[in-house]
Ligand binder design. Structure first.
Ligand code: FAD
Length: 295
Protein backbone atom coordinates (compact mmCIF):
# COMPACT_ATOMS: atom_id res chain seq x y z
CA UNK A 1 0.00 0.00 0.00
CA UNK A 2 2.81 2.41 -0.78
CA UNK A 3 2.44 5.78 -2.46
CA UNK A 4 4.26 4.37 -5.47
CA UNK A 5 1.63 1.67 -5.95
CA UNK A 6 -1.00 4.05 -7.27
CA UNK A 7 1.25 6.21 -9.41
CA UNK A 8 3.16 3.32 -10.98
CA UNK A 9 0.06 1.30 -11.80
CA UNK A 10 -2.02 4.27 -12.96
CA UNK A 11 -4.82 6.08 -11.20
CA UNK A 12 -7.41 3.43 -11.97
CA UNK A 13 -5.45 0.97 -9.83
CA UNK A 14 -5.69 2.93 -6.59
CA UNK A 15 -5.92 0.21 -3.89
CA UNK A 16 -9.07 0.05 -1.81
CA UNK A 17 -10.01 -1.62 1.45
CA UNK A 18 -13.36 -2.03 3.18
CA UNK A 19 -14.31 -1.86 6.83
CA UNK A 20 -17.16 -3.79 8.45
CA UNK A 21 -18.50 -4.15 11.96
CA UNK A 22 -19.39 -7.58 13.38
CA UNK A 23 -23.08 -8.30 12.80
CA UNK A 24 -25.11 -9.02 15.92
CA UNK A 25 -27.67 -11.44 14.44
CA UNK A 26 -27.63 -14.41 12.02
CA UNK A 27 -29.65 -12.26 9.59
CA UNK A 28 -27.05 -9.52 9.83
CA UNK A 29 -24.28 -12.05 9.19
CA UNK A 30 -26.09 -13.41 6.12
CA UNK A 31 -26.63 -9.89 4.77
CA UNK A 32 -22.98 -9.02 5.33
CA UNK A 33 -21.90 -12.09 3.33
CA UNK A 34 -23.88 -10.76 0.36
CA UNK A 35 -22.42 -7.28 0.86
CA UNK A 36 -18.88 -8.68 0.93
CA UNK A 37 -19.41 -10.70 -2.25
CA UNK A 38 -20.55 -7.54 -4.03
CA UNK A 39 -17.53 -5.60 -2.77
CA UNK A 40 -15.01 -8.33 -3.56
CA UNK A 41 -15.60 -7.57 -7.24
CA UNK A 42 -13.46 -4.45 -6.63
CA UNK A 43 -10.54 -6.58 -5.47
CA UNK A 44 -9.89 -4.98 -2.08
CA UNK A 45 -6.40 -5.11 -0.70
CA UNK A 46 -8.01 -6.26 2.55
CA UNK A 47 -11.23 -6.07 4.53
CA UNK A 48 -11.13 -5.03 8.17
CA UNK A 49 -13.48 -5.77 11.05
CA UNK A 50 -13.99 -3.41 13.98
CA UNK A 51 -13.49 -4.50 17.55
CA UNK A 52 -15.39 -3.44 20.62
CA UNK A 53 -17.05 -0.51 18.87
CA UNK A 54 -20.73 -0.12 19.74
CA UNK A 55 -20.48 -2.92 22.31
CA UNK A 56 -19.41 -5.58 19.81
CA UNK A 57 -17.53 -8.55 21.22
CA UNK A 58 -14.17 -10.07 20.46
CA UNK A 59 -15.90 -13.28 19.33
CA UNK A 60 -17.99 -11.31 16.83
CA UNK A 61 -14.87 -9.70 15.37
CA UNK A 62 -12.95 -12.94 15.17
CA UNK A 63 -15.90 -14.82 13.61
CA UNK A 64 -16.25 -12.20 10.86
CA UNK A 65 -12.49 -12.15 10.27
CA UNK A 66 -12.55 -15.96 9.94
CA UNK A 67 -15.30 -15.76 7.33
CA UNK A 68 -13.42 -13.17 5.29
CA UNK A 69 -10.28 -15.29 5.31
CA UNK A 70 -12.28 -18.37 4.29
CA UNK A 71 -13.65 -16.34 1.35
CA UNK A 72 -10.09 -15.84 0.12
CA UNK A 73 -9.71 -12.17 1.03
CA UNK A 74 -6.99 -10.72 3.25
CA UNK A 75 -8.52 -9.68 6.59
CA UNK A 76 -7.42 -7.13 9.18
CA UNK A 77 -8.67 -7.52 12.72
CA UNK A 78 -9.10 -4.28 14.64
CA UNK A 79 -7.63 -4.70 18.08
CA UNK A 80 -8.26 -2.26 20.91
CA UNK A 81 -6.29 -2.38 24.15
CA UNK A 82 -8.31 -0.26 26.55
CA UNK A 83 -8.96 -2.28 29.69
CA UNK A 84 -6.78 -5.15 28.42
CA UNK A 85 -3.91 -6.88 30.21
CA UNK A 86 -0.65 -8.06 28.67
CA UNK A 87 -1.76 -11.65 29.24
CA UNK A 88 -5.10 -11.13 27.47
CA UNK A 89 -3.48 -9.37 24.52
CA UNK A 90 -0.85 -12.12 24.24
CA UNK A 91 -3.58 -14.75 24.17
CA UNK A 92 -5.60 -12.92 21.51
CA UNK A 93 -2.53 -12.40 19.35
CA UNK A 94 -1.87 -16.14 19.50
CA UNK A 95 -5.48 -16.83 18.46
CA UNK A 96 -5.27 -14.39 15.54
CA UNK A 97 -1.96 -15.85 14.41
CA UNK A 98 -3.40 -19.37 14.52
CA UNK A 99 -6.35 -18.13 12.42
CA UNK A 100 -3.92 -16.94 9.75
CA UNK A 101 -4.48 -13.22 10.34
CA UNK A 102 -1.58 -11.12 9.09
CA UNK A 103 -2.95 -7.61 9.55
CA UNK A 104 -4.07 -5.71 12.63
CA UNK A 105 -5.52 -2.26 13.14
CA UNK A 106 -4.06 -1.47 16.58
CA UNK A 107 -6.12 0.97 18.65
CA UNK A 108 -6.58 2.26 22.12
CA UNK A 109 -10.37 2.12 21.74
CA UNK A 110 -12.99 3.79 23.88
CA UNK A 111 -14.71 2.55 27.00
CA UNK A 112 -18.41 3.24 27.44
CA UNK A 113 -18.85 6.34 29.63
CA UNK A 114 -18.85 5.56 33.32
CA UNK A 115 -16.07 2.98 33.11
CA UNK A 116 -12.61 3.79 34.43
CA UNK A 117 -9.72 3.19 32.04
CA UNK A 118 -8.09 0.28 33.93
CA UNK A 119 -5.98 -2.22 32.05
CA UNK A 120 -2.27 -2.31 31.40
CA UNK A 121 -2.17 -0.21 28.23
CA UNK A 122 -2.70 3.52 28.23
CA UNK A 123 -2.27 4.42 24.57
CA UNK A 124 -2.31 2.68 21.22
CA UNK A 125 1.46 3.28 20.98
CA UNK A 126 1.87 0.97 24.02
CA UNK A 127 -0.10 -1.71 22.17
CA UNK A 128 1.93 -1.35 18.97
CA UNK A 129 5.19 -1.63 20.94
CA UNK A 130 3.88 -4.70 22.76
CA UNK A 131 2.75 -6.42 19.55
CA UNK A 132 6.14 -5.82 17.95
CA UNK A 133 8.00 -7.05 21.04
CA UNK A 134 5.84 -10.17 21.29
CA UNK A 135 5.39 -11.14 17.66
CA UNK A 136 8.16 -9.40 15.70
CA UNK A 137 6.95 -8.82 12.16
CA UNK A 138 4.25 -11.50 12.10
CA UNK A 139 1.62 -8.79 11.69
CA UNK A 140 1.30 -5.77 9.42
CA UNK A 141 0.15 -3.09 11.85
CA UNK A 142 -2.11 -0.20 10.93
CA UNK A 143 -2.89 2.60 13.36
CA UNK A 144 -5.48 5.38 13.48
CA UNK A 145 -4.66 8.93 12.38
CA UNK A 146 -6.75 12.06 12.90
CA UNK A 147 -6.34 14.82 10.29
CA UNK A 148 -8.91 16.90 12.20
CA UNK A 149 -7.37 16.02 15.59
CA UNK A 150 -8.59 13.37 18.05
CA UNK A 151 -11.33 14.83 20.29
CA UNK A 152 -9.41 14.08 23.51
CA UNK A 153 -6.05 15.43 22.32
CA UNK A 154 -4.45 18.20 24.38
CA UNK A 155 -3.56 20.04 21.16
CA UNK A 156 -3.01 19.34 17.45
CA UNK A 157 0.76 19.19 18.13
CA UNK A 158 0.28 16.69 20.97
CA UNK A 159 -1.95 14.56 18.74
CA UNK A 160 0.66 14.57 15.97
CA UNK A 161 3.26 13.49 18.51
CA UNK A 162 0.89 10.71 19.66
CA UNK A 163 0.66 9.57 16.04
CA UNK A 164 4.45 9.76 15.72
CA UNK A 165 4.79 7.57 18.83
CA UNK A 166 2.64 4.89 17.18
CA UNK A 167 4.71 4.92 14.01
CA UNK A 168 7.99 4.88 15.94
CA UNK A 169 6.67 1.98 18.02
CA UNK A 170 6.45 -0.02 14.79
CA UNK A 171 3.26 0.77 12.85
CA UNK A 172 3.48 0.01 9.12
CA UNK A 173 0.66 2.29 7.94
CA UNK A 174 -2.17 4.49 9.13
CA UNK A 175 -5.86 4.80 8.32
CA UNK A 176 -7.48 8.14 9.06
CA UNK A 177 -10.68 9.03 10.79
CA UNK A 178 -13.09 10.18 8.10
CA UNK A 179 -13.20 13.83 7.09
CA UNK A 180 -14.76 15.96 4.35
CA UNK A 181 -11.98 18.53 4.10
CA UNK A 182 -9.13 17.24 1.93
CA UNK A 183 -6.80 20.03 3.10
CA UNK A 184 -6.84 18.64 6.63
CA UNK A 185 -5.57 15.32 5.27
CA UNK A 186 -2.83 16.89 3.11
CA UNK A 187 -1.66 19.06 6.00
CA UNK A 188 -1.54 16.05 8.32
CA UNK A 189 0.52 14.08 5.80
CA UNK A 190 2.89 17.04 5.26
CA UNK A 191 3.38 17.51 8.98
CA UNK A 192 4.00 13.84 9.60
CA UNK A 193 6.56 13.76 6.76
CA UNK A 194 8.33 16.73 8.37
CA UNK A 195 8.69 14.58 11.47
CA UNK A 196 10.32 11.91 9.32
CA UNK A 197 7.30 9.59 9.38
CA UNK A 198 7.17 7.91 6.00
CA UNK A 199 4.45 5.26 6.44
CA UNK A 200 1.44 5.44 4.08
CA UNK A 201 -1.49 7.42 5.49
CA UNK A 202 -4.65 6.03 3.93
CA UNK A 203 -7.72 8.28 4.03
CA UNK A 204 -10.80 6.76 5.66
CA UNK A 205 -13.86 7.50 3.51
CA UNK A 206 -17.36 7.66 4.96
CA UNK A 207 -20.09 7.63 2.30
CA UNK A 208 -22.96 9.99 3.09
CA UNK A 209 -26.28 8.17 3.07
CA UNK A 210 -28.14 9.49 6.09
CA UNK A 211 -28.08 12.92 7.61
CA UNK A 212 -28.94 11.96 11.20
CA UNK A 213 -26.52 9.02 11.31
CA UNK A 214 -23.68 11.15 9.97
CA UNK A 215 -24.29 13.94 12.52
CA UNK A 216 -24.44 11.42 15.38
CA UNK A 217 -21.19 9.67 14.42
CA UNK A 218 -19.37 12.87 13.68
CA UNK A 219 -20.22 14.46 17.00
CA UNK A 220 -18.94 11.34 18.76
CA UNK A 221 -15.66 10.92 16.87
CA UNK A 222 -14.73 14.55 16.30
CA UNK A 223 -15.02 14.49 12.49
CA UNK A 224 -16.09 17.88 11.23
CA UNK A 225 -19.01 18.26 8.86
CA UNK A 226 -18.40 21.53 7.01
CA UNK A 227 -21.19 24.04 7.54
CA UNK A 228 -22.25 24.05 3.89
CA UNK A 229 -22.63 20.26 3.89
CA UNK A 230 -24.52 20.31 7.18
CA UNK A 231 -26.91 22.99 5.92
CA UNK A 232 -27.53 21.28 2.60
CA UNK A 233 -28.24 17.97 4.38
CA UNK A 234 -30.64 19.69 6.77
CA UNK A 235 -32.37 21.28 3.79
CA UNK A 236 -33.13 17.86 2.29
CA UNK A 237 -35.17 16.88 5.37
CA UNK A 238 -36.42 13.29 4.93
CA UNK A 239 -35.70 13.21 1.21
CA UNK A 240 -33.34 10.22 1.32
CA UNK A 241 -32.74 10.08 -2.43
CA UNK A 242 -31.59 13.71 -2.53
CA UNK A 243 -29.32 13.12 0.48
CA UNK A 244 -27.74 10.13 -1.25
CA UNK A 245 -27.28 11.94 -4.57
CA UNK A 246 -25.73 14.95 -2.84
CA UNK A 247 -23.55 12.70 -0.65
CA UNK A 248 -22.32 10.81 -3.68
CA UNK A 249 -21.29 14.06 -5.39
CA UNK A 250 -19.53 15.41 -2.31
CA UNK A 251 -17.63 12.24 -1.46
CA UNK A 252 -16.70 11.52 -5.09
CA UNK A 253 -15.17 14.99 -5.31
CA UNK A 254 -13.32 14.40 -2.03
CA UNK A 255 -11.90 11.07 -3.28
CA UNK A 256 -10.82 12.71 -6.56
CA UNK A 257 -8.98 15.42 -4.64
CA UNK A 258 -7.30 12.79 -2.47
CA UNK A 259 -6.34 10.70 -5.48
CA UNK A 260 -4.93 13.68 -7.35
CA UNK A 261 -3.04 14.74 -4.24
CA UNK A 262 -1.28 11.38 -3.98
CA UNK A 263 -3.29 9.43 -1.39
CA UNK A 264 -1.83 5.92 -1.44
CA UNK A 265 -5.18 4.08 -1.18
CA UNK A 266 -8.76 4.57 0.01
CA UNK A 267 -10.30 2.81 3.02
CA UNK A 268 -14.12 2.77 3.00
CA UNK A 269 -16.25 2.76 6.14
CA UNK A 270 -18.97 0.65 4.54
CA UNK A 271 -21.35 0.50 7.54
CA UNK A 272 -22.01 -3.06 6.31
CA UNK A 273 -23.66 -1.74 3.12
CA UNK A 274 -22.37 -2.14 -0.41
CA UNK A 275 -24.55 0.20 -2.48
CA UNK A 276 -23.07 3.58 -1.59
CA UNK A 277 -19.46 2.34 -1.64
CA UNK A 278 -19.99 0.67 -5.03
CA UNK A 279 -21.58 3.84 -6.39
CA UNK A 280 -18.53 5.82 -5.28
CA UNK A 281 -16.14 3.31 -6.81
CA UNK A 282 -18.10 3.45 -10.08
CA UNK A 283 -17.90 7.23 -10.14
CA UNK A 284 -14.17 7.03 -9.49
CA UNK A 285 -13.69 4.53 -12.29
CA UNK A 286 -12.56 1.84 -9.84
CA UNK A 287 -14.83 -0.59 -11.62
CA UNK A 288 -15.66 -4.26 -11.31
CA UNK A 289 -12.95 -6.68 -12.27
CA UNK A 290 -13.53 -10.09 -13.80
CA UNK A 291 -10.79 -11.58 -11.63
CA UNK A 292 -11.63 -13.15 -8.26
CA UNK A 293 -11.31 -11.25 -4.97
CA UNK A 294 -7.86 -10.45 -3.57
CA UNK A 295 -6.15 -13.47 -2.06
P1 FAD B 1 -4.37 6.75 20.77
O1 FAD B 1 -3.49 6.85 19.60
O2 FAD B 1 -3.84 6.08 21.99
O3 FAD B 1 -4.84 8.23 21.14
C1 FAD B 1 -5.88 8.46 22.06
C2 FAD B 1 -5.77 9.86 22.65
O4 FAD B 1 -4.65 9.91 23.52
C3 FAD B 1 -5.54 10.95 21.61
O5 FAD B 1 -6.21 12.11 22.04
C4 FAD B 1 -4.03 11.18 21.65
O6 FAD B 1 -3.68 12.49 21.24
C5 FAD B 1 -3.73 10.90 23.11
N1 FAD B 1 -2.39 10.38 23.35
C6 FAD B 1 -1.82 9.32 22.77
N2 FAD B 1 -0.59 9.09 23.26
C7 FAD B 1 -0.39 10.04 24.20
C8 FAD B 1 0.67 10.33 25.11
N3 FAD B 1 1.80 9.61 25.13
N4 FAD B 1 0.53 11.39 25.94
C9 FAD B 1 -0.60 12.13 25.95
N5 FAD B 1 -1.66 11.89 25.12
C10 FAD B 1 -1.54 10.86 24.27
N6 FAD B 1 -12.72 2.14 18.11
C11 FAD B 1 -13.12 0.92 18.54
O7 FAD B 1 -13.56 0.81 19.69
N7 FAD B 1 -13.06 -0.19 17.74
C12 FAD B 1 -12.57 -0.14 16.48
O8 FAD B 1 -12.51 -1.15 15.80
C13 FAD B 1 -12.12 1.12 15.99
N8 FAD B 1 -11.57 1.22 14.75
C14 FAD B 1 -11.08 2.42 14.34
C15 FAD B 1 -10.45 2.50 13.08
C16 FAD B 1 -9.93 3.69 12.63
C17 FAD B 1 -9.25 3.74 11.30
C18 FAD B 1 -10.05 4.87 13.44
C19 FAD B 1 -9.52 6.18 12.94
C20 FAD B 1 -10.66 4.81 14.68
C21 FAD B 1 -11.17 3.59 15.15
N9 FAD B 1 -11.76 3.47 16.42
C22 FAD B 1 -12.21 2.26 16.85
C23 FAD B 1 -11.90 4.64 17.29
C24 FAD B 1 -10.72 4.77 18.27
O9 FAD B 1 -10.66 3.64 19.12
C25 FAD B 1 -10.92 6.03 19.10
O10 FAD B 1 -10.74 7.17 18.30
C26 FAD B 1 -10.08 6.12 20.37
O11 FAD B 1 -10.59 7.19 21.16
C27 FAD B 1 -8.61 6.42 20.14
O12 FAD B 1 -7.95 5.31 19.68
P2 FAD B 1 -6.44 5.49 19.13
O13 FAD B 1 -5.96 4.15 18.80
O14 FAD B 1 -6.41 6.51 18.09
O15 FAD B 1 -5.74 6.02 20.47
Amino acid sequence: MSASTSSAAGLAQLPVSFEFFPPKTPEGAAKLRTVRQALYSRRPEFCSVTYGAGGSTQEGTFATVREILSEGCSAASHFSCIGATRASVREQLATLKAMGVKRLVALRGDLPSGYGAGGEFQYASDLVAFIRAETGHDFHIEVAAYPEVHPQARSPEADLQAYAAKVRAGADAAITQYFYNADAYFRFVDESRKLGLQVPVVPGIMPITSSTQLMRFSDACGAEIPRWIRLRLQGFGDDVESIKAFGLDVVTRLCEQLRQGGAPALHFYTMNQSVSTLALLDRLGLVADAAPAAR
